[in-house]
Design a protein around this ligand. Sequence first.
Ligand SMILES: [Zn+2]
Ligand SMILES: [Zn+2]
Length: 639
Amino acid sequence: MFEAVTSRQDFPKLEEDMLSWWDENNIPRKYRERNENSDKRWSFIDGPITANNPMGVHHAWGRSYKDLFLRFRNMQGYKQRFQNGFDGQGLWIEVEVEKELGFKSKLDIEAYGVGDFVELCKQRVDRFADIISEQSKRLAMWMDWDDSYHTKSDENNYTIWHFLKVCLEKGLLYEGTDVMPWCPRCSSGLSEHEIVTEGYREIVHPGLFVKFPILDRANESLLIWTTTPWTLTSNVAASVHPELMYVKVRQGEDKIYLAKSLVSVLQGEHEILEEMTGDALVGLRYSGPFDELEAQQGVEHRVIPWKEVAENEGTGIVHTAPGAGKEDFALGKEMDLAVIAPLDQFGVFIDGFGPLTGKSVFDVNEEIYDSLKSKGVFYNLERYTHRYPVCWRCGAELVFRLVDEWFISMDPIRESLKKITESIRWIPEFGMRRELDWLDNMDDWMISKKRYYGLALPIFKCENCGHFDVMGSEDELHERAVEGWDEFEGHSPHRPWVDTVKITCSECGSKVSRILEVGNPWLDAGIVPFSTLGYRHGSDAWKEWFPANWISESFPGQFRNWFYSLLTMSTVLENTEPFRAVFSYAMMRDDQGDEMHKSKGNAIWFEDAAERMGVDSMRWVYIRQRPEANLNFGVGVAD
Ligand SMILES: [Zn+2]
Ligand SMILES: [Zn+2]
């Protein structure tokens, strides 16, 4: 009755035939328009995929969920938007274009020309947006591919301008000085969001023990420990825990102070002479390790109390350099310490650091050891392996650097943010707890970057009086423009074109330029529930489709990134939730359960998998997975 079927089907070939048939018969369009006249709405806002490389199989996992839920709602008769999004501004794009051009640093970009460079960045995004669209069609994802939104669009950028204007009006926007993690290769600060979980690598650093000789006490020294010898140049204090037990030990001629629980770090024999609590040491003055440097002139080094001193690492006496460490900076503010900031944007010692001036922070360790030895304060050097922050884009080790950046204050909106977070349905449920933890602990949001291709922050700061104005739209910029509008008109609001426009300071009347910084890319993705629906023009579409019923992304990382920026921007603009439910899933691993990395060679490009196993079997593997568990994936998993 039945013809025998062969078990040796060429699934990818069958799929290609099906795709052509869909195409010829306009099936995706018929599907999308099926509920055109329905009065039921189901609103999905797409978390934009970065259009910077072709898709990997992990992207296909997330996109399969999106397609599945949208099809389900379509079958139930809901009218939908079917809009896909592309993320395409920021340093991640710049880094790829720099690689294409063989650039080593920012100086190469300046020499090449910022305008041409930004143009190449935009072209790269368009190129990969096209590739990802085609790949997604191959995955049988049915979106309205001619209606994708781009975060680099004028509308997206100007809607962020509007958001920043509202931040200004609510007193949330400010310029601040802080010590931030800094990538010397990218010459850019990294926000807290960017390094909290993924931005660390196991690195072997020197574990260096140094003596700080106490003034007026012959042969007596504090013993300190550091993994960043370069920061010793900027030492201004030594911190002790006031309640922790310390000891004074004799080693030959030397008398050394350190925490009692850490005497095992001492080299050779020692004899304990005295015990005391940390507060007995507070106020002692010592000679610093680099007092001869010009940058150190006038600094009085002393022992200060600090309750964060750890008793399980180092010596219990913490070398404190407020210009070169984040916690040190906060402590320095509290204790009114001098701030010595040694590095320029490339991680090179600035003037005032003697023989180190002009040298890279990564090349000075030997010279520092020699200098300490010649002063008789070098104690011991070990290898120390620890998790240390690295640039997630280029892999370079970060340093901590004193910078002026722009921030959005969190404290005034923290409680509203948490309330809104609690009103959202999180699937799986533990997501809510994770988001609330982040909101509880996060510092003010650093939104500026000293780079080229990204949102042009619409902040105009007067060099004469210090006042700053924020342009809330292109119309406001046009109205306020006193110079350069004609040159700018017709260009996207990117550097360098937007920077031709000058305005007049509303306080003192001086001519003012835009600050050169560009925006944090999570501003770009966080505004899309507004920008894609014409929010700032008071459109009906926004009222019809906001908030989204459902969004979906992989959990790790998004609590501090996309979810966070969506919540913050919606709280500031409307004090309401931008989405009602979020469906999340874990990470994809290779078939051995190891993390996939391009550099490890175990990442799988979407096209390879589609060609070898077909997308139906991929989608089957994805959909039967328990979403909160990591998915171990290889092209053989569906056999
Ligand atoms: Zn970098
Ligand atoms: Zn002014």
